[in-house]
Design a protein around this ligand. Structure first.
Ligand SMILES: [Fe+2]
Length: 350
């Protein structure tokens, strides 16, 4: 059995370059999935992907296993050398609202879903692009100052994906198609931070609220390809109007989980001590920050409960070569979200 190095000092992300043999194995499984599916955006595909991930080379499955169960001292793994065909994928889309059907990126999409499903089950949010598993992250001029994937002229501040929601993903994957602008993806890992007792006592208490981020609201979901009625946003509206108190830290002292969204989270009104502790934690994330300039074919597995992520300011090359990343959410416990889904077969949280 191959042994993976467990770093004696914090190492984030852990880097794994795919070996030629691993690439061939991945491509054979991708071919099989492509033979049966013309889109990744169905529950049937997601189920097939979970099963196919069990055929991935043992070394990759072992890496995923060690990452999932926190044997590696890092909040992210960088897989390098994933096949991205710059010519075939065509020009970068100018908006996240790209067509769902017959995408030129289908092979890359299947590959990313497969390499995400080795961590758990992929899923989507009905209130975010109608449940699309694979989001496009591209710069959008009119969103340049927003805390959204389309932003660029402001730092995308520290967050966990869907920090506001109890069914937030355990992991996310980000695959880079293009990054000519050399934008930096930033990461920080709670395992790198020494948390004193007095800070733990405050941060592990439900003294904070988090509101849903803008991507889950109707005005960010206007699409030429589908239409969502207002009913779909009812729960989100409640979470916005009446956010319930939550802690920032939970679980074990040794390996705490985090629930952070710098832009949409605050201490309960009047709780200056909680506000100060949260600010302290954010500055710790700054101090331990890792910056990665993702290259085409780089894929990050990010532990959404142990690491925060964001993006540096950058100057987009608006146009056909603009920065283009894809993102997928992964859960370790699909069963837990059943009350939020239409059925056990659905992969969309409403
Ligand atoms: Fe994010």
């Amino acid at each position: 059995m191959p042994n993976f190095k467990v770093a004696s000092k914090p190492e984030s992300p852990y880097v794994h370059c795919l070996a030629p043999r691993e690439r061939l194995s991945i491509e054979a499984i991708v071919d099989e999935l492509l033979h049966n599916f013309g889109s990744v955006e169905t529950a049937e595909f997601a189920d097939a992907c979970s099963l196919s991930a069990q055929q991935l080379p043992r070394r990759l499955r072992e890496l995923a296993h060690r990452f999932k169960y926190m044997h590696l001292q890092c909040g992210a793994v960088l897989l390098r050398g994933i096949a991205v065909d710059d010519h075939r994928i065509g020009p970068s889309p100018q908006h996240w609202d790209a067509p769902w059907r017959n995408p030129p990126t289908l092979r890359e999409e299947v590959t990313q879903c497969l390499l995400s499903a080795v961590l758990g089950d992929i899923f989507g949010w009905r209130t975010q692009e109608n449940g699309r598993f694979l989001r496009h992250i591209v710069p959008v001029l009119k969103e340049s100052e927003e805390q959204l994937g389309g932003g660029s002229s402001v730092t995308l501040v520290w967050h966990n994906e869907e920090a506001f929601h109890e069914c937030r993903g355990d992991f996310l994957s980000i695959l880079c198609y293009r990054n000519d602008e050399q934008a930096q993806t930033i990461l920080s890992y709670v395992g790198d931070i020494a948390i004193p007792d007095e800070k733990w006592a405050i941060l592990a208490a439900p003294r904070y609220t988090i509101r849903p981020d803008k991507s889950h609201f109707p005005d960010q979901n206007v699409s030429a390809h589908w239409r969502l009625d207002d009913h779909a946003f009812a729960r989100i509206q409640c979470m916005y109007a009446d956010p319930q108190p939550v802690p920032v830290l939970s679980g074990s002292r040794e390996k705490p989980f985090i629930q952070v969204d710098e832009a949409f989270m605050c201490a309960i009104e009047g709780d200056a001590e909680a506000a100060e502790a949260f600010d302290w934690l954010l500055r710790q994330f700054d101090d331990k920050k890792n910056s990665i300039v993702m290259q085409p074919g780089d894929m990050l597995w990010i532990d959404n409960k142990r690491a925060v992520h964001g993006r540096s300011v950058y100057l987009p090359h608006y146009g056909p070569r603009q920065r283009w990343l894809r993102r997928v959410n992964v859960t370790l416990n699909l069963r837990a979200s059943l009350p939020y889904r239409e059925s056990a077969l659905s992969r969309h949280i409403v």
